[in-house]
Design a protein around this ligand. Sequence first.
Ligand code: HEC
Length: 200
Amino acid sequence: MVRNLLATLVLATTYGIVACSSPSEAQSEVQSETAEQPSSEVDPAAALFPESLLKEFLTWNPVTEGDRAFPSEGHQGQTVRVYFNQLARPAYETQDIESISFAPGSLIAKAVVEDSSTPATRARRVYFMRKMNPGYDPANNDWAYAFADRNGDKYTYNSRQGKVGLCITCHVAESKFDFVRTVEVFRKDRETSPVANLLQ
Ligand code: HEC
């Protein structure tokens, strides 16, 4: 009873998810389908970060060799795994550090895991960045931000309206990497032996 009330309160404070008062897995399936088909009824936040991303990110490219988890600098003590989609690949692989620029449609996910043996499927939180078309937020390199938390086997977005001041203020410090800090992690990882990394 109390738990149900709490769950409803939590959902009521989330952005854009509360299409009906008793969300179920069936409902999120529907939301995920509608999010992919442009329609005037689609919640813009859900179109930006559809439910499908919560599984899709597991198929993206790991930033580290062998998908090694590493300690987060941004959130001390936390262990993370970071993934990027194919559109983001050329930017990660750009040799000339001065010219790093992520293409619109680039997506990056950062999964916060318990420890280095926890797979991303069991992350307790997943952060997302999505590169939008020029003009979305030109002062901040046109990135949109979101994050989702796991409850049992299901992830729920807690924020996906896109322009999040807190995220931006920190990521702006990485403007030389087009706001993506793990470009450096990706580069450094490939300078060192993958075996040494795996043994860490
Ligand atoms: C205190 C600074 C800080 C804040 C606030 C912050 N980040 Fe980050 N973020 C980082 C750092 C540092 C990294 C590099 C990986 C690491 O050390 O965790 C990172 C990495 C990421 C990545 C992987 C791509 C990359 O930039 O390397 C995503 C996605 C991400 N953050 C999303 C978010 C979102 C969404 C928010 C807001 C809810 C947010 N971040 C807030 C510092 C921050």
